[in-house]
Design a protein around this ligand. Sequence first.
Ligand code: GLN
Length: 612
Amino acid sequence: MNSEELLHSISDVTDDTEFYTPMPPGYIRGQCRYVVITGTVISGLGKGIFSSSLAKLLQDKGLRVAPIKLEGYLNIDSGTLNPFRHGEVFVLDDGMECDMDLGTYERLLDLNLSRANFTTSGQIYTRVLEKERHGDYLGRDVQMIPHVTGEVKLRLRELAVASQADVVFVEIGGTVGDVENTYYIEAMRELAYEEGPHAVCFVALTYVLEPRALGEQKSKAAQLGIKRLMELGVQPHIVACRASNPVSTKVRQKIAQYTNVPIERVFSMHDCESIYVVPSMLREAGYDFEVIKLLDLGERINLLKERTCWLEWCDFVDRLDALEHDVTIGITGKYTSVRDSYASIIHALEHSGAHLAANVSIRWIDTTDLTDKTVADALAGVHGMIVPGGFGVRGSEGKIACIRHARENRLPFLGICFGFQMAVIEFARHVCGLQGANSSEIAPDCPHRVIDILPEQKKIEGLGGNMRLGGKQVELTPQTMAWRLFGGRSDVHMRFRHRYEVDPKYIDTFTEHGLVFSGKAPGQPIMQILELPDHPCFIATQAHPCMTSRPLRPQPMFLALVAAARQRACPDKDLGDCVSATEQVLKQTRPVDMPREKRNAKRRREKAPNHF
Ligand code: GLN
């Protein structure tokens, strides 16, 4: 039997082979290429940023890319993870709750990802155990190799078929030393063997230490980390050296020598001021063409397309260096010590800042002990305020005090999810006179539960899996601020992650007192956007608009907040009201909050390819 026949035979599940390599229907071996990124030495080096920047460079060249993150933990998704320890829970359009790295991929690749782009050991083992119960393994003892590794390869190949990708980017969580990730690396080793030459490119992301006491860079830890990968049977093709400063040729030479990687493929990837500079850094170093050579993709690339995409990208990056107006945005929150908990909000502010020439600084406001008396001091010098998503009672009264201050003092305000709910409670108490109004999440026995559990969720018991999750349509009321911000479109698509909502029986009271619900779920009494007329910018949404903001397509509600804050920061200048400033930016960018499929349809309809 030659190797071709051998590989063909292992894709069948039979009882006369030791292998288990199921292939999804329609899969053509060798057609899709894979870039596998592993971490060595330490985690938290920005593997996701590296991987998405590299993927972007290939995407710009006309290649279809699909990322996937393989997490070692046993949780099925990230929904129950504490953002304090793991960073924000990012929600995909199909409702998958996942790692914040998926947000990085969506932002850099401007793609809407799905559950096919994220897996955990919990998901892999569940599938294996379900198959075992179903008798799919034909009486075999079920083992880590080949069954669990076979399942991992199946996930990747399924993604390749579903996405029709030229290149699948596989990011393995953690570092090579982790017990829970070892089987992923074994699966990648098997994949490389099975797919044949030029099909899989391994990138080892490592760390070059520079102890202050020595004052020079040391390569040993990096060498040992990569050796660990090689012990698992994987020879990297590319080594990316993370470091504080540019990695010296001497250190690169040493790493090259001890890891069998040519020095041209041992790159420095030192710290830089913004993640949006990473693609240029990789491009200048030549990573993209090394990958294209290694994967033999030269014939599939389109350099003309790259020129347009690259100019557009450089235009955005240049804007980050030309920020004229200093603006301070206050963000209230419980997890104020961990910036990762609010990663999407920070990025959304950066995107809007770039397009409005605003240099946005963030002031974190701990609301735990804030009251109506202390709030003015806490918000002094802040030009705009965000009350972001959150859970539970701690700090909620302080958030309500902040919103009251913003409403009464014309301070630009954007409320996100929990922030929307707090705005409703504030309005109920102080404008409608509904004393003691609250949310049943915070005070189940309060006299007016203006925010209550969703009727559709009431039926589902337990904490896991009973949220309203993912992308949903929002119907906008014509002529409202929200409607104008979204370019006069009557329906937009936004991402949700909540359990509570406005109790419909109070809607009339709120509206009579001047609150405008400008966005609703089509055909249901679910309030999704609120705004206050006669205020420079007072808008809140039950959705998470930060999750759909992209560098080249800033999210309109964030644009409005930053524009209003910019005007407040520069009272001597006439920079326009927040809606016109937003409209101005949107004329030059592309619509957000519209899934890619719809955008494509719109593009075909309008026959204006250059505009989108
Ligand atoms: N705790 C609120 C709810 O469950 C808000 C959730 C959030 O902000 N993501 O509805």
